[in-house]
Every structure is written in C-alpha cells, then in structure tokens.
Design a protein around this ligand. Structure first.
Ligand code: FAD
Length: 345
C-alpha cells in the first residue's frame, strides 16, 4: 500500500478536473485492504471514499479526506456444466480488459459492454449497461468487505439491480468495498442484437444467428459505435452520460406522450406502464446541446454528456448541471437525476 499526502487527482478522474485530496491510498494487494481502511479512517477522521477509474465521479473542489484507490487485479476462470464459464476479476481490473479477456476466448455475455471505462469493482454499483445489455444479465456474485465486518458474498438477488442502480448505490453506498466480481458466461452463442445499430449491421439473414458470429465481432462493433458517438475522455474530459434517462410511470407517461408526441419513449421491461424518456432529447429541446460556458459545457455531439475542456472547476460543472435540471423541470415537469456521483456538491 502506498500513501501520499496532498495528492493531485487530476489524472484519476475522466473529467480531468484538477484538485487535491488530503490523503491518497493506493491499494494494489487485496490483503492490504483492511489496513488501508483503518489507516484512511484514522488519517481522515472517517471522511474517506473508494475510487476505481474515476469515470463516474465529479469532484467539486478539493477532497478534504482520504481517497482509497483500488488497484488490485487478477482474472481467473473455471468451467461449469452446460458450456458455462465462471469468470472472476479483482476490483482494480479495467472493465474493458475483462471484456477483452472473455471475448478473445469466445465466451458470450460481456461483448455488448465493450469499452465502458472504469473498473470491474464499480461495474455492479450502477449496474453498468449499454447496447441492450446490463451487467446483471450475466452477474453471478460478488465479494464485498463492509467497513465494520467480515467479507461476505452477495448473490444477484441481494443486489437489487435496476436501471443504473443497485443496493450499493443506495443504502450501502460508501459502507462497503467490492473486491471481486463473478460473471457466468456462455460458450454457446447468445448474441443480443436488439439494439438498432447492431441489428442492422449483423443482419440475421447473413449470419444465421449464432453459427458464424463471434463475441469479439460484436465487441469490436460496439467499440466502433461508441468511439464515433462519445467524446474520448483522453481528448475532452467527460464522464459519459451525466444524467439517467427519467422513468415516467402510468398517467405521467400518458400525459407526456400526448403533450409531446415526437418525444422518444422506451418501454421499461417488466414494468407495466413505465416508460423511459430520453434525457438527451429533453436537454436538447431546452437548447443546451453544444452550450459552452468557458472551460465547461455540453457536448456538441451528445446532449447527455457534460464536458470539461480544460482549466475548469468541478463546482462550475455542477452548477451547469443544476441549471440544465432546472430548465428541463420548468419545460417538461420532469426531474433529471445525475448518473454521475457528485463529490462535495
Ligand atoms: C466516456 C464514458 C462512457 C461511459 N459509458 C457508460 C455506459 O455506456 N454505461 C454505463 O453504465 N456507464 C458508462 N460510463 C460510466 C462509468 O464508466 C461507469 O459507471 C463505471 O462503472 C465507473 O467505474 P469507475 O471504476 O471509474 O468508478 P469510479 O468513478 O472510480 O467510482 C464510481 C463510484 O463507485 C464507488 N466505487 C468505485 N469502485 C468501488 C468498489 N470497488 N467498491 C465500492 N465502491 C466503489 C466510488 O466511491 C464512486 O462513488 C461511462 C463513462 C465515460 C467516461
């Protein structure tokens, strides 16, 4: 374990926002974790948080406590019955590295989630999802270490996975560290091509679904689409989608549909009369797409992505986000909820 004082975390958040944390603890061996938590607790008087790749956090200014960066890795796998494979990865493994590890071996399950930034340990927290798939679809279990207690195993039905949500983002937020995550993958073809661009590209007529498609082909296509659509944090600071798509229920969804017949609405699977509205559409209608305020702004290519052009402040970005939320509420009566974790708002 390494400990640094007054550490600059600019390189550790994909917004690329400059700032200092009073203490930075880098844990590259899982066995050091209990000592790291104890040390962080002592140094910071209980004000500490965990960090993976920093791709889903917005730091509003300096952090006056201790950041514990989880950097321990390791990927293992074992064969199960019925052509299934159990893959386990340490919290610090990069998510995309895990996806590559699996698709290169021809295993199905994670291919639609290619190129999502961040770490394996954070993936269950907001139940990462993209291109018609969420990590819960192949999630098996995880190992969590509560701040005050022995490590425990969490099975899927204990995680309350939902759209960009889980028990770890709600009542357990900050109270437990995820150290290992396991996924149950398939050696038999299971392409999930419900997403329009994938369906069109991998036309089932040409592929006789499953007979000649390989998971890495899908992963590569997903990566290509993502590169074309989303700004690269290495070029322009961002954290992907800043807001969640709001879910409208029952009568509220009906009223919205009749007031705004052109607005895109997506059915929420398994939830009767619940519809997801497009946060990007709402923001764009309010005129924010491409808006720039000095060093920060809204991506000209994607209204859901707030960007940092360099030299800006997290507080200003958060102020812009709140202005967007207010105007969407005034215009549509809909409250947007940030997907990004706001630190020290
Ligand atoms: C360009 C871009 C595109 C993106 N696209 C998508 C997408 O398509 N779908 C999607 O779902 N997300 C997307 N994201 C968001 C982000 O990649 C995911 O949320 C990712 O899982 C965050 O991982 P991280 O390691 O960077 O988490 P961090 O940002 O480091 O942490 C996020 C939160 O989790 C906590 N945390 C992190 N690791 C642990 C752990 N091991 N145990 C306990 N708490 C922990 C932190 O305290 C923090 O509150 C995108 C981000 C970017 C920058």
């Amino acid at each position: 374990m390494k400990i640094f004082k007054d550490f600059d975390f600019k390189a550790h958040n994909t917004f690329g926002l400059a700032g200092q944390t009073k203490y930075w603890l880098e844990v590259s061996d899982e066995d050091d974790l209990p000592r790291a938590i104890e040390t962080a607790d002592e140094l910071s008087g209980g004000h500490f948080m965990f960090l993976g790749g920093g791709s889903n956090v917005l730091f509003c200014g300096n952090y006056q406590g201790a950041l514990i960066r989880l950097a321990f890795g390791g990927i293992q796998h074992s064969a199960l019955d019925h052509g299934q494979i159990l893959v386990e990865a340490g919290a610090g493994v990069s998510w995309h590295e895990l996806v590559r590890y699996t698709v290169e071996r021809g295993w199905w399950g994670l291919e639609n989630l290619a190129l999502i930034p961040g770490s394996v340990g954070a993936a269950p927290i907001q139940n990462i999802g993209a291109y018609g798939v969420e990590q819960e679809d192949v999630f098996e279990s995880l190992r969590g270490v509560p701040l005050n207690g022995p490590p425990s195993e969490y099975l899927k039905d204990q995680c309350a996975f939902a759209y960009r949500n889980s028990v770890f983002k709600q009542q357990m937020t900050g109270k437990m560290v995820i150290t290992r995550v396991r996924y149950r993958l398939n050696t038999e073809p299971q392409p999930r091509l419900s997403y329009k661009e994938l369906k069109e590209y991998f036309d089932p007529k040409d592929h006789d679904l499953g007979h000649d498609l390989k998971p890495d082909q899908i992963a590569n296509k997903v990566a290509e689409i993502r590169r074309a659509k989303l700004p690269d944090p290495a070029v322009v600071g961002n954290a992907g989608s800043f807001f969640k798509n709001p879910v409208l229920q029952g009568d509220a969804a009906d009223a919205f549909r009749s007031n705004f017949p052109n607005a895109p609405l997506f059915e929420v699977q398994g939830e009767d009369r619940n519809w997801k509205a497009s946060a990007a559409w709402l923001i764009e209608q309010c005129g924010w797409k491409g808006h720039r305020r000095g060093a920060i702004g809204v991506s000209p290519g994607h209204a859901l992505v707030l960007v940092h052009y360099g030299g800006g402040q997290g507080e200003d970005l958060w102020m812009l986000a709140q202005d967007i939320m207010r105007s969407v509420h005034d215009e549509f009566g809909i409250t947007l909820e940030p997907e990004v974790n706001i630190v020290n708002p």
